[in-house]
Write a protein that binds this ligand. Structure first.
Ligand SMILES: O=C(O)CCC(=O)CC(=O)O
Length: 256
């Protein structure tokens, strides 16, 4: 059985504008998208949510799955009266987007996946990571994340420090539950069913979801487009906000 956690969220932009839902990555919160919201909230009603046990969302009470988290997003949108929406997400946020496009296809107008995968690498390592974090807290992940999240020059910036504070603030159970959802997520055989326009964006130097892994999503869906952002790693929308926002804006405009 999957949990349907109530997700903390924030809405910016005009009430009458098309809705864009943004899903963050493991160990970050909805402020991962501050730069994109600043640029897009004049044209879109931007709804950002926190993953279970991240940011302002309560920690999950039972095992997490990607379809359970997609159902929690749908429950939030139902409560808010949102029927159809564009969706963009980073990494696990992009995996939730793929699950939404598969399980709730009638609701999704377009999908953008950033640094995400149809099947994440090393599935066996995620339960181990969950156990480490349950025993030691998310602080146990802080020292090693910059090498995955950022290119070397970005790791020394205030923005990088701000992102690492989001990881420190994430509950151990929230982080561990998301690791378990990642370990069982595999939609490679189903992605061909996705018919809405899909933009898949990779960070050229991302070791977690390298460009070929992200490209697989664009190549498998019916209507996919693939882009690589140079000089960026896993959290590419924070590292290269202007370029990622430009790609996202063009994708959304082409879908309308
Ligand atoms: O922090 C990492 O090791 C990357 C984790 C990952 O690929 C899933 C995510 O960022 O949502």
């Amino acid at each position: 059985m999957t949990t349907e956690t109530t997700l903390h969220h924030r809405i910016d932009g005009p009430e009458s504008a098309p809705v864009l839902v943004l899903g963050p990555s493991l160990g970050t919160d909805l402020h991962l998208f501050d730069a994109q919201v600043q640029a897009l909230a004049d044209r879109y009603r931007v709804l950002r949510f926190d993953l279970p046990g991240h940011g302002g969302s309560p920690a999950p009470g039972s095992p997490q799955t990607m379809s359970g988290m997609a159902a929690a997003v749908i429950a939030l949108l139902d409560r808010l009266g949102v029927e159809r929406f564009h969706y963009a997400g980073v990494s696990i946020g992009g995996a939730i987007g793929q699950q939404l496009a598969l399980d709730h296809s009638r609701r999704v107008l377009s999908l953008a996946v950033l640094a995400s995968a149809a099947r994440f690498a090393d599935p066996g390592s995620w339960p181990e990571r969950a156990a480490i974090v349950r025993a030691n807290g998310t602080e146990a992940m802080v020292a090693s994340r910059p090498g995955t999240w950022f290119v070397r020059s970005f790791a020394r910036t205030d923005e990088a420090r701000r992102l690492l504070e989001m990881l420190r603030a994430t509950t151990a159970e929230g982080y561990a539950g998301c690791c378990e959802a990642i370990s069982t997520f595999d939609v490679r055989e189903r992605l061909g069913e996705v018919e809405v326009p899909v933009l898949a964006i990779a960070g050229a130097e991302d070791p977690a979801t390298p460009p070929e892994m992200v490209r697989l999503i664009a190549d498998t869906v019916a209507n996919g487009r693939f882009e690589v952002v140079e000089d960026s790693a896993h959290l590419l929308n924070a590292e290269k906000p202007e370029r990622v926002t430009e790609l996202l804006a063009a994708h959304l405009a082409a879908t309308e």
